[in-house]
Design a protein around this ligand. Structure first.
Ligand SMILES: [Zn+2]
Ligand SMILES: [Zn+2]
Length: 406
């Protein structure tokens, strides 16, 4: 007998491939109905036989996409409508959005494979992403999470990307920031009054400048980094002097974990924190001294690359240990708008590696360490924000304060 359920899923369920997941699940169980992104979460109407509905619900709860985090699933019996297929519907817009936005995700293995495959359409494309990876919080301008509400709205999809975007079997089905070199934004390099317009040439040139000991401002997910060769003492000293930063340690980005093991004592817990989906800076005991990087400090702050561009930079021959510090003058917050970065970093950076995709909001790298009771988050930002810290049972008003200036 035909039965139906009305389902609402709350939590981090938008921008993590949840609707495609529901679509595939419903199709696999031969259920009909629809799914949409509501402002209170993902809403689903499914109909079919009771055993199929039960199996669908079980998998919905137990096998959500890796980046999703379900806070609550509400299920109500409802009347069947006699739908003949399962569809992804347009988003609803209501008064007060309560859905949680996903933090930014590091580029996934499948995208990395394509990034370095010369036969792939997105070979060397610094903005490659899919439903399992890529920017979220730093591109979202409003809710619900759909392309017109992201900083990708200026780049209409070409036929190729559009076909992937509309194919439920594709990894990029409804991937909002999807793009390719033919239709999407690019990177370019500015060096004094000259510019390198081609993305690949720009990345190669930036890698060369870094090898030569120059300082390059690199646009990241939530702001600009200032990068230089961490093993080049005069480059690091120049960075300190130009930034007016006397002692505060610089964060380092290492090409891979093997490089991290050369620099510091990396425990199993530290390694798993470094490779986690948040990809934070992890404070670890130093084994070597890198002059001017962390003066009078027994620890180093290490992180792994997390954007396609950072992987491309290392692949293009950038030094395997880079200072990657938030681009700002001392005591100012991280620069994230291109014009502001050009102004405030003139006199610090020798060149600018600029990506065309705007950053919706400033998000710094997170800082963590391995604590006695698990990971301790010292600065909760990229990769964690805007995840909920906790849910507090309070009746009165609650005041939360965050840093505007560091
Ligand atoms: Zn991916
Ligand atoms: Zn495209």
């Amino acid at each position: 007998m035909l039965a139906a359920r009305s389902i609402r899923v709350r939590g981090v369920v938008q921008g993590v491939g949840f609707r495609p997941f529901v679509y595939r699940l419903a199709s696999a169980h031969r259920l009909t109905g629809w799914v949409l992104n509501g402002e209170q979460g993902v809403e689903i109407h499914v109909e079919g036989s009771e055993p199929r509905l039960a199996a669908f619900l079980h998998e919905l709860e137990t096998q959500p996409p890796p980046a999703a985090s379900i806070a609550e699933i509400e299920v109500h019996p409802t009347a069947p409508n006699g739908f003949s297929e399962f569809a992804i519907r347009e988003s609803e817009k209501r008064e007060r959005p309560t859905v949680r936005v996903s933090p930014d995700l590091p580029v996934c293995e499948a995208c990395l494979t394509e990034l370095f495959d010369p036969k792939d359409r997105r070979f060397s494309y610094p903005y490659i992403n899919c439903t399992n990876c890529g920017p979220r919080f730093t591109v979202i301008l409003g809710l619900p999470y759909d392309r017109p509400n992201t900083t990708m709205r200026s780049w209409p999809l070409d036929k190729y990307c559009s076909a992937e975007y509309h194919d439920p079997a594709n990894r990029r089905f409804h991937a909002q920031p999807v793009a390719c070199p033919q239709c999407g934004p690019q990177f370019y390099l500015e060096e004094g009054s000259s510019a390198v317009r081609d993305s690949s040439e720009a990345v190669n040139r930036a890698a060369l400048l870094l090898r030569e000991g120059q300082i390059v401002a690199v646009k990241g997910l939530g702001g600009y980094h200032l990068a230089c060769d961490a093993r080049n003492a005069s480059a690091v000293l120049a960075m300190r002097e130009r930034k007016y930063r006397k002692e505060k340690p610089f964060a380092l980005m290492v090409r891979g974990l093997d490089t991290a093991y050369e620099l510091a004592d990396i425990s199993r817990e530290a390694a798993s924190l470094m490779t986690s989906v948040s990809r934070p800076i992890v404070l670890v005991p130093a084994k070597v001294e890198l002059p001017h990087v962390a003066p009078d400090n027994s620890e180093l702050g290490l992180m792994l690359p997390y954007t396609p561009l950072q992987y491309l930079l290392f692949a293009a021959g950038a030094p395997e240990v880079l200072v990657m510090t938030s681009a700002n003058r001392s005591s100012e917050p991280i620069a994230y708008e291109d014009d502001n970065a050009r102004d405030s970093l003139a006199g610090i950076a020798d060149a600018f590696l600029i990506g065309e995709r705007p950053i919706a909001r400033r998000v710094d790298d997170s800082v963590t360490r391995v604590g006695a009771f698990g990971p301790a988050i010292l600065r909760r930002a990229r990769g964690y924000a805007p995840g909920a810290v906790t849910t507090l049972p309070v009746e009165g008003p609650l005041l939360a304060v965050g840093p505007d200036l560091k």
